[in-house]
Design a protein around this ligand. Structure first.
Ligand code: UDX
Length: 449
């Protein structure tokens, strides 16, 4: 049976899901309430940077399998399966997730569902949301309809979104308690993801709350791993040890593994920081807050890295940023992304600016977003441009073009050869040999504690 799919919400997750599902051969209709975004997507113009995605988008617009709309009526009429991919940002001034967009999407769609269909939540939500939405769909759906809700969390990483969607590590499906509805939801999703299942991808069927928790606990684990190694970096700094060697040695233990054990400026982005905070808030509502108090520590260790970075830069400048020039390499929260949401790099740049430094930032892809987020910073056209006349250069996002920089070429343009490697991305020996005062987070400095 071929299903017609719709994707509601066309951010990083929804746009990728829509384009990739069309690439699998489905007819897909993407919806967003943002008309400008829909116009751009329909013209094959991806509104954000994601390697490889624009090609998939264009290919499926051309072959006619992928279309976009702003009309919920059209979506309800068209789709057999509706994927809800809208954002769940952190509430202003609170830890909890803001569910306005999810509630709006489901609330608008449900009364229009006059036929048999599956609604599939993919957004990251606090545990208990799926059960609440299922009830809401039942209440709002017209008598001639037959809509079932499933929960299918998404684990894609920005920068690898196409690859992670086409070849996921696992597919998790949360189904309702009612056996008939559960079987129908599972059957349809097995059909939708058939190519992935044929390739051996594990398919895990669970109840709603378990499926919701898989997503947030995965992110909590990843954040914990990063903060663990960054806590070790703090100890290394105090003890004169090298956290990069420590991390390498730990990684050879299969039980630990090397991924997400990269010490540096810590995690940012639209997911890990807000997801662990929303998780703590939800656990509190459920009376299980004690179980997650360690996540507060994970968050604090993460924020302390940013403070340490600013302190180290200030120290190198003799104790003040006033009248000093700082070159910042990187604004995105990680390489291969133009996303600056909760970006450690931009946070450090803005803090130094706030403390009186003249800060010039360069990022290969995130300049537009960085300018909009931090208009008081200066922006350079290239790494060399950002570093011109700098008293200290800070590497804050480990783009390949920064890793490969020639220390001699950079030395030509700066006022003083001070560099702080916030991502442990450079070879200290190479930079020191070129006359640089190289400093890094969690690594010893010759002759200095
Ligand atoms: C994350 C999850 O990985 C993904 O499964 C989920 O669906 C969404 O959240 P993403 O936000 O795209 O994905 O970024 P990720 O690659 O996880 O990196 C998060 C942050 O951690 C980045 O700021 C990165 O620089 C930092 N990081 C990552 C480290 O500081 N050290 C590491 O070793 C790895």
């Amino acid at each position: 049976m071929t299903h017609r799919l719709t994707v509601i919400g066309t951010g990083y997750l929804g746009a990728t899901h829509a384009a990739c599902m069309a690439d699998l051969g489905f007819e897909v209709l993407g919806l967003d309430v943002d008309e400008r975004r829909i116009e751009r997507l329909a013209a094959g113009d991806l509104p954000f940077y994601e390697p490889g995605l624009e090609t998939v988008l264009k290919r499926n617009l051309e072959n006619g399998r992928l279309r976009f709309t702003t009309s919920y009526e059209e979506v309800a009429e068209f789709g057999d399966v509706h994927f809800v991919c809208v954002g769940t940002p952190q509430k202003a001034g609170e830890y909890a997730a803001d569910l306005t967009y999810v509630d709006e999407a489901v609330g608008t769609l449900a009364p229009l569902l006059h036929r048999s269909c599956l609604v599939v939540g993919k957004s990251t939500v606090p545990v208990g949301t799926a059960a609440r939405l299922a009830e809401r769909i039942n209440r709002l759906a017209p008598a001639d309809g037959d809509a079932v809700l499933a929960w299918n969390p998404e684990f894609l990483r920005e920068g690898f979104a196409v690859q992670d969607t086409m070849r996921p590590d696992r597919i998790v499906v949360g189904v309702p308690g009612d056996g008939g509805a559960a079987d129908r939801a599972e059957k349809i999703l097995r059909e939708v993801y058939a190519p992935m299942l044929a390739a051996g991808t594990p398919f895990i069927v669970a109840d709603y709350p378990t499926s919701e928790l898989v997503k947030v606990s995965a992110n909590a684990f990843l954040a914990t791993k990063i903060s663990f190694i960054n806590a070790m970096a703090e100890v290394c700094e105090a003890a004169g040890a090298d956290v990069t060697k420590l991390s390498e040695a730990l990684s050879h233990d299969d039980r630990i593994g090397g991924r997400f054990l990269g010490p540096g400026l810590g995690f940012g982005g639209g997911c890990l920081p807000k997801d662990i905070r929303a998780f703590m808030a939800r656990a509190g509502e459920l009376g299980a807050d004690q179980a997650l108090t360690f996540l507060r520590e994970v968050d604090e260790i993460n924020i302390r890295r940013r403070i340490r970075m600013v302190d180290l830069a200030r120290l190198l400048l003799g104790g003040s940023f006033i009248g000093r020039t700082v070159g910042v390499l990187g604004a995105a929260f990680k390489p291969e992304s133009d996303d600056v949401r909760d970006s450690p790099a931009l946070d450090v740049a803005a803090t130094i600016r706030g403390q009186g430094g003249k800060v010039t930032v360069y990022d290969p892809k995130a300049m537009g977003n960085a300018r909009r987020a931090q208009p008081t910073l200066d922006f350079g056209e290239s790494a060399l441009d950002a570093a011109r006349d700098a008293h200290v250069v800070l590497l804050l996002t480990e783009w390949a073009e920064f890793r490969d920089m020639d220390p001699h070429a950079l030395a030509e343009v700066v006022a003083e050869r001070n560099i702080v490697d916030g991502r442990n991305a450079l070879d200290p020996d190479r930079w020191r040999a070129a006359g640089w005062n190289y400093r890094a987070l969690g690594r010893p400095h010759p002759g200095l504690r």
